[in-house]
Ligand binder design. Structure first.
Ligand code: COA
Length: 374
């Protein structure tokens, strides 16, 4: 048996940023357009008019201020309202692969490693560009990695479930080194025309390199323990599953083919599940709340994270103990907790313990307890 360690992480951030002000302006223009087109039906009481969105509501309900996207023009065009991502030909590199390669190269550079040192790629994300061949195999080829790759999807928990799979394989010796990569094009499955959720998501890719601890070239995090749990729920669901959205121009355009959620129920049901999961995991490992230096939580909603942090630590977290990045990135599905880990972990000292936790559709929750080694 070998001890697995996280030796590098990388974040790919798209060039385009959308502020709440820009988003709300586009949404409201779309709502006005729909209301004008349906003025007679609204007048006759056959249809409810669409209401405007508001920046104040978005910040208050979620803590989100900005989001990055792979395409801004389509999302902000009231006549389109989805990202205008060109369908790639079979001979071209996939868009998820391009995002993933950038994040993987950053993780490898941080670890002082090259592709030749890696023998597994897990592409773990909440939506994949196609069913097969696996995106992970395309990423493997683009990086020049020997060995094998496969895709997995546990929605927002994909990264931590992927880390558990990789860490277990490193531990058993079936692989020596693994990249877990999370290219999340959430803009492709977000319903930008729905006021209740149009502000929630952004795009990003994260990568985590996991190696045998004795192979670490620099400061790293020993993976002390991982734990995953799932419990079926329809409260967060997407019935399409592919990146490309079908539109009224000749194709199907059903609401259930994009992200749908019962946000209030998610709030009520997921919070106790996650708090209990983290507490049980820590207790099983003999780790008390005072032993924990940092919590890197899934980034869906600030209120949710404040609640979980308080529940787990038994007090209001101090500044920096539970860093949020969702104000800048929005919810980036599985990548959120890894962005937080990547940006806010360098300052930990030898022996400090932290916990990465993701949660979301499924329902699913995954936690990874790590110890800093310098
Ligand atoms: N702008 C202005 N007002 C809005 C709005 C918008 N964009 N969207 C909704 N509202 C209004 C609603 O119409 C409602 O008005 P009413 O009280 O007059 O009926 C009010 O704001 C409250 O709406 P509600 O949906 O109950 O808000 P909320 O406080 O529950 O926040 C979420 C909504 C989605 C941010 C919140 O429920 C949440 O984060 N849930 C968990 C989500 C999650 O983690 N999902 C996982 C995704 S992977």
């Amino acid at each position: 048996m070998y001890i697995p360690a996280i030796t590098g992480t990388g974040v790919f951030t798209p060039e385009n940023v959308i502020t709440n002000a820009e988003l709300v302006q586009a949404f409201n223009a779309y709502a006005d357009k729909v209301n004008a087109e349906n003025a007679a039906a609204i007048e006759a009481g056959q249809m409810e008019p669409m209401q405007h969105s508001s920046e104040e509501f978005i910040v208050k309900a979620s803590g989100i201020e900005n989001r990055y996207v792979m395409d801004k023009s389509g999302v902000l065009d009231p006549d389109t309202m989805y990202p205008a991502l060109r369908q790639r030909s079979d001979d071209e590199s996939g868009i998820m692969t391009e995002m993933a390669v950038d994040a993987c190269n950053k993780a490898l550079a941080q670890a002082g490693r090259t592709a030749a040192d890696v023998d597994l790629v897990i592409c773990a994300a909440s939506n994949h560009e196609r069913a097969y061949p696996a995106i992970a195999i395309e990423i493997q080829q683009a990086l020049g990695i020997n060995g094998f790759g496969f895709d997995m999807n546990v929605a927002c928990s994909s990264a931590t479930f992927g880390i558990q799979a990789a860490a277990d394989m490193v531990r058993s010796g079936s692989v020596r080194s693994a990249l877990v990569v999370n290219p999340e094009i959430c803009s492709g499955h977000l319903e930008w025309r729905d006021r209740d959720c149009h502000f929630i998501f952004g795009d990003v890719a994260t990568a985590t390199l996991i190696e045998r601890i004795e192979d670490a070239q620099g400061p790293h995090f020993e993976v002390l323990s991982t734990r995953c749990a799932t419990s079926f729920s329809n409260n967060i669901r997407n019935n399409n599953g592919f990146l490309r959205r079908s539109r009224p121009d000749g194709m199907i355009d059903r609401r259930d083919m994009q992200f749908m959620q019962n946000g209030r129920k998610v709030f009520k049901e997921v919070l106790p599940m996650v708090s209990q999961h983290i507490s049980d995991h820590m207790e099983a490992e003999g780790i008390g709340s005072d032993d924990l230096t940092r919590l890197w939580l899934h980034q869906a909603n600030k209120t949710m994270n404040d609640f979980i942090g308080k529940k787990v630590l038994g007090r209001v977290p101090e500044a920096g103990e539970q860093p949020n990045i969702l104000q800048d990135y929005a919810n980036t599905s599985s990548a959120g907790s890894i962005i937080a880990f990547s940006k806010y972990s360098d300052d930990l000292e030898d022996g400090d313990i932290g916990l990465i936790c993701s949660f979301g559709a499924g329902y699913s929750v995954g936690s990874v307890i790590v110890k800093r080694k310098s």
